[in-house]
Design a protein. Structure first.
Length: 358
C-alpha cells in the first residue's frame, strides 16, 4: 500500500515501514551515450578478468581494477549477500489456429494455473486466442491488460509449465544480446531456485574460486531470493520518475539469513549486496524474515537502511537500475563513473564489467 503525504512517500509492506523523500526528477536526468560496440555480447573469459571500477562515495574517487581484485576490497566480518534465483527458458514459440507464429514471454505464475506473460505480436494476442506450444500444448489468452501484459492459461499444471519451457523454450536474454548463450553463461554459479526470466547479472562475476577466496578472508556469504520479472527490466516510460509504476517481484529472506544480517548491522559490520535485485530485496524487506512480493522503486532521496556497499554492472540509460545506483552513490558521481567507463572501454550491460560502490 502506498500513501502520499505532502512530499513524503510511505511504503507499508508486511509491517515494514520505510520513508522516502520524493524528488521530482526527469527520466532524462539518467541518460548517457554509449557506443554500441561496448555492449558486451558474451562474458569475459576468464570471468575474473572483467574490469572492476571502485566507486568511493565519500571521496568521489574512481579506481580501475579487475574482478580478480574484488576480494581485496572486502573486510573480515563483512556479510556478502547474493541472489540465488535460477533462470528458466521463459521465451516460448507458438502458433495460432491460423498458423501464424507468435511468442509468449513468461513472467510469473499466478493463481489457478495461469501465468503473467508478454506476447509478440501483441495485436494478435487478444482474450480468447489459443496458442499451440510444441505442437501439443495449448495456452489460452484469458486477459489483456492496459500495460500490454497478458494472463495466460496453460492446459497443464503450472509446475509443469517451467518444465515445458525449459524443454522447448529459449534462454530469455535481453534484445541487445544477439546470440543465444549457453545456459551456464546466463546463470550464476550459486543459482538454486527456479523462477527468474532474467539473470541477476552482477553475480556472473563470482566464480567458485573467487567465492572461496572471499570466504577464506572471513567474509560470510548469505543468500536471498528475488525472482526477476518486470520490476527489474521494465523500462521507465514516463517523463518523470514519480509517475513510474514498479511491478512486484517475489522475494524471500529466510529467518536465519535475516538474523545474521541484522546482527551484523547492529555490530557495525558491512552488508555488501551483489546486484540491484539483492539491494531491492534487502531494502524492501528491511532484511526481516519475509516471503512475498516487493515493488520498491529506489530513487534519489531514498534512505538506505540495510545495504552499505554493492557490486553491480553498468546499466541501461534511463532504467530503474541506473536510478537505483544513482540513489546510492549520487547521480553526478554515477554519471561521471559511467562516462569514465566509456572512455576506458569498459563493457556494458548483462555480460559487461562491474563497479563496486563503497
Amino acid at each position: 500500500m502506498e500513501v502520499i503525504i505532502t512530499n513524503t512517500l510511505y511504503i507499508i509492506n508486511q509491517n515494514i515501514f520505510a520513508t522516502i523523500l520524493i524528488m521530482t526528477l526527469k527520466t532524462s536526468d539518467f541518460d548517457y551515450e554509449l557506443p554500441l560496440d561496448q555492449i558486451a555480447q558474451s562474458p569475459a573469459l576468464p570471468r575474473e578478468s572483467a574490469k572492476l571500477m571502485i566507486v568511493d562515495r565519500t571521496s568521489g574517487k574512481l579506481i580501475h581494477k579487475h574482478i580478480a581484485d574484488f576480494p581485496a576490497y572486502l573486510k573480515m566480518g563483512d556479510i556478502l549477500v547474493v541472489n540465488n534465483t535460477k533462470v528458466f527458458h521463459a521465451r516460448l514459440k507458438g502458433t495460432l489456429d491460423t498458423g501464424k507464429s507468435v511468442e509468449l514471454f513468461l513472467i510469473r505464475p499466478t493463481a489457478n494455473n495461469m501465468w503473467q506473460a508478454i506476447g509478440k505480436p501483441g495485436k494478435k494476442l487478444l482474450p480468447g486466442t489459443r496458442v499451440t506450444v510444441a505442437r501439443d500444448f495449448i495456452a489460452t489468452i484469458k486477459e489483456k491488460h492496459p500495460d500490454g501484459t497478458l494472463l495466460v492459461l496453460f492446459e497443464l499444471p503450472k509446475d509443469d509449465v517451467v518444465d515445458l519451457a525449459n524443454k522447448f523454450g529459449k534462454v530469455p536474454v535481453p534484445p541487445y544480446i544477439k546470440k543465444i548463450p549457453k545456459d551456464s553463461d546466463y546463470q550464476t554459479v550459486y543459482a538454486k531456485f527456479t523462477g527468474s526470466v532474467a539473470a541477476p547479472t552482477a553475480g556472473f562475476h563470482l566464480t567458485c574460486p573467487l567465492l572461496k577466496k572471499i570466504k577464506d578472508k572471513g567474509v560470510e556469504i548469505l543468500e536471498i531470493t528475488l525472482h526477476v520479472g518486470l520490476g527489474t527490466f521494465m523500462p521507465i516510460k514516463s517523463d518523470t520518475l514519480d509517475t513510474h509504476t514498479m511491478h512486484s517481484e517475489w522475494v524471500e529472506v529466510k529467518p536465519d539469513v535475516s538474523r545474521k544480517i541484522l546482527a551484523a548491522k547492529s555490530e557495525g559490520r558491512r552488508i555488501v549486496a551483489v546486484g540491484t535485485t539483492t539491494v531491492r530485496t534487502l531494502e524492501g524487506t528491511g532484511a526481516k524474515p519475509y516471503t512475498g512480493d516487493v515493488n520498491l522503486f529506489i530513487q534519489p532521496g531514498y534512505k538506505f537502511r540495510v545495504v552499505d556497499a554493492m557490486l553491480t554492472n553498468f546499466h541501461l540509460p534511463k532504467s530503474t537500475l541506473i536510478v537505483l545506483v544513482s540513489s546510492f552513490a549520487g547521480r553526478k558521481l554515477i554519471l561521471k563513473a559511467y562516462n569514465e567507463a566509456v572512455v576506458n572501454k569498459y563493457r556494458f550491460y548483462s555480460f559487461g564489467d562491474a563497479m563496486f560502490i563503497v
